[in-house]
Design a protein. Structure first.
Length: 395
């Protein structure tokens, strides 16, 4: 059956009373049909019903009726109803040190490659744990072509390294992307956000954040309406959804995420201070905003290149220059930290397998530099959800 497509205007939302009855009807449709939202790489139509919102809410019912209960970080005790703060309040003048790792998938259709990939992820966890640090994994639900996602691998081969990561104190969230840069309708965008969560839930993880979903559409509202609490890994292409007067000339000229993949906002100090926001004007901080925004300060392997304004900030190889650059930014972040303000030095990297010995050496040096400040009480190794918890606690 062909995928569902929705074309009705997004702004025609039902009234609360109609919405309540529509939700009931959507849940009834799902229960009666026994259908699921996704199978493999494509969405299965539940049926062709006359009202667009019934279709969307039916997808929502699929996404929220998981066979698994919420995990501890995908997590960390979080649910769609909210998360508790381990800090009991806003930050006390320290820096959250966050390491996001996008899991890009292993070679397709080969159980031996899956086993190697999982083994390497465990080695990465060992490296971070040796320093007392944590990784915020962000994994794709579906990868097409020559790669296969961990979620697909778990379904085929077992050995769930994602739930193991959670049990070891790391974070696991969703790295989306089926609609990134695609001019789809908002309705289709929403269904994808729901359905990708369901796939990760089926692997034992209940994600509360999503990355890689930027578009010229109002992607922040879509993420919030789909029940995500915060977004991460903001790149310049994300700015395409901003009001035109808030877009820089370079952002207006962006045509694809791949060509506008530098960290955003451009002001590094702003990237050290997560915030809450509403709707298309997501660069403006709103105290009770519907969505948390946790930007990446730098790409881990490209810190020295970006600080030197050396051009491309993707596809770099980590080296001694990046270690020195990380320490310099770390020193600045510690100096910025203040009581009552959430400060987070967040670096992001993508992992497709086979890290070299030298890469591990440089990462270990970066982790030890962070550990020195942790031992002084000036920093804390955190997951992205722990940063959101502190942000959500308020001043």
């Amino acid at each position: 059956m062909a995928p569902i497509r929705y074309t009705a205007p997004w702004h025609r939302r039902p009234t609360p009373t109609r919405l309540y009855h529509t939700i009931e009807r959507a849940i009834g449709i799902v229960e009666a049909s026994g259908s699921h939202c996704y199978s493999g790489n494509r969405m299965i139509a539940i049926g062709r019903f006359p009202f667009r919102w019934i279709l969307i809410l039916a997808a929502f019912a699929c996404a929220t009726s998981s066979k698994t209960s919420p995990n501890s970080d995908g997590g960390e005790g979080a649910s769609d109803a909210g998360v508790s703060s381990s800090d009991g309040g806003a930050d006390g003048g320290f820096v959250h040190l966050v390491f996001i790792l996008h899991l890009e998938g292993h070679d397709n259709g080969d159980s031996s490659q899956y086993a190697i990939y999982n083994s390497q992820i465990r080695t990465l966890m060992d490296t971070w744990e040796d320093a007392g640090a944590k990784i915020s994994f962000e994994t794709e639900s579906v990868v097409t072509g020559v790669k296969e996602s961990l979620v697909q691998g778990i379904s085929l081969y077992g050995d769930n390294v994602l739930t193991e990561a959670v049990s070891r104190g790391h974070g696991v969230q969703l790295h989306g992307g089926l609609q990134m840069g695609v001019e789809a309708t908002m309705d289709a965008f929403m269904v994808d956000l729901y359905s990708q969560r369901r796939l990760l839930q089926d692997a034992g993880i209940n994600p509360v954040s999503v990355s890689n979903v930027c578009s010229s559409m109002d992607w922040t509202s879509a993420a919030a309406d789909a029940g995500y609490l915060f977004v991460t890994s903001i790149v310049e292409y994300c700015g395409k959804s901003l009001p035109i007067e808030k877009q820089s000339a370079s952002t207006q000229a962006c045509t694809t995420p791949d060509t506008c993949h530098g960290q955003y906002p451009t002001d590094v100090n702003k990237r050290l201070r997560p915030w809450r926001a509403n709707g298309p004007d997501w660069v403006t901080s709103v105290a009770n905003g519907a969505l948390g925004i946790i930007p990446s300060t730098y790409n881990l392997s490209c810190i020295s290149e970006e600080r030197a304004d050396a051009g491309s900030y993707t596809g770099c190889t980590i080296d001694a220059n990046d270690v020195a650059a990380y320490i310099a930014v770390l020193n600045d972040a510690v100096a910025m930290a203040a009581p009552g303000v959430v400060t987070a030095f967040t670096v992001v990297s993508s992992y497709g397998g086979h890290p070299t010995t030298s890469e591990f050496t440089y990462v270990a040096q970066i982790l030890q530099a962070g550990r020195a400040y942790v031992d002084q009480g000036k920093a804390r190794f955190s997951t992205t959800l722990e940063v959101y918890n502190a942000l959500d606690a308020g001043p």
